[in-house]
Design a protein around this ligand. Structure first.
Ligand code: GAR
Length: 221
């Protein structure tokens, strides 16, 4: 009998780590056929670091303030990740702009989640910007990371309604529930070998993914 080596995830965080926790739980329950090998934070005070350590996962802080350039910081990330086997890198609320120094070595195996219906609202304050614009819906996008900020090919997108009286906080709470559903789905596609990034964009099962990503539905697998 042959034993396939289990895929290893590295998760990069800057804060609370609720998406990270979803991955830890999905790996522990077997819903994801992978293990979380390493959690890295750029922020020594990230609450997610403690959550990961409590789950018995190796953690590491690479404080961006110790580096004089984005490239030097990115090089330190690359070296840390290269010191262990990593099959897929998950950015989960990692609030640093990355340069090609980091992105190039992990191209095609680097995912991000962004709390807007990309290409709308790349960058910060997405929920407030959706409210200020009078949008009737908001949402979240999982996408491949490329050198363009929040601009890599979308993979999957979930929508939520904006309701009267919404604040950025109430909207964020509605959106994050969807984040926790769609991010592991996209990762599972990758781990199953179904999801690829080419120069032409993202593909699932050999078919091009629409520019707004695959629309999330409750039975999406
Ligand atoms: C999530 O809402 C994620 O989409 C967002 O940060 C939050 C992290 O929450 N990411 C970005 O804004 C990236 N541009 P978490 O730490 O609880 O997972």
């Amino acid at each position: 009998m042959t034993h396939r080596k289990q895929a290893r995830l590295a998760i990069l965080i800057s804060g609370r780590g609720s998406n990270m926790q979803v991955f830890i739980n999905a790996c522990a329950s077997g819903d994801l056929d992978a293990q979380v090998g390493l959690v890295i934070s750029n922020n020594p005070d990230a609450a997610g670091l403690q959550r990961a350590a409590e789950a018995g996962i190796a953690t590491c802080c690479i404080d961006h303030r110790s580096y004089s350039s984005r490239e030097d910081f990115d090089q330190a990330l690359v070296e840390q990740l290269n010191s262990t086997q990593v099959d897929l890198v998950i950015l989960a609320g990692f609030m640093r702009i990355l340069t090609p120094v980091f992105i190039a070595p992990f191209a095609g195996r680097l995912l991000n989640i962004h709390p807007s219906l990309l290409p709308k609202y790349p960058g910060l304050h997405t929920h407030q910007r959706a409210l200020d614009a009078g949008d009737s819906e908001a949402g979240v996008t999982v996408h491949f990371v490329t050198a363009e900020l929040d601009g890599g090919p979308p993979i999957v997108q979930a929508r939520v309604p904006i309701v009267p009286g919404d604040t950025a906080a109430t909207l964020a709470a509605r959106v994050i529930e969807e984040e926790h559903v769609i991010y592991p789905v996209a990762a599972q596609w990758y781990l199953q070998g179904r999801l690829t990034l080419t120069d032409q964009g993202a593909y699932l099962d050999g078919n091009p993914i629409p520019v707004s990503g695959i629309a999330h539905t409750p039975d999406l697998r």
